[in-house]
Design a protein around this ligand. Structure first.
Ligand SMILES: [Zn+2]
Length: 71
């Protein structure tokens, strides 16, 4: 797993999970990550899902202790 920290207005931690399998619904244009199990069809419209791979990123904003210069 790779990741990095970027300083913007607030601290943000972006974690890069790499390429992950997903299923995509062409009708709803929604993506469903399939790491936790495959879907028989789209939960929204019941349509057929296409198999694909995409880069999965997660963004977290950590809770920082308030210091004098943040106030
Ligand atoms: Zn759908």
């Amino acid at each position: 797993m790779r990741g990095h920290i970027r300083k913007r207005a607030t601290w943000q931690i972006t974690v890069d999970f790499g390429m992950q399998p997903l299923q995509r619904c062409p009708a709803c244009r929604k993506r469903y990550w399939t790491r936790d199990g495959r879907l028989p069809g789209c939960p929204k419209c019941g349509g057929l899902l296409e198999e694909d791979l995409a880069r999965l990123r997660g963004t977290f904003i950590p809770i920082m202790p308030l210091s004098d210069d943040i106030r």
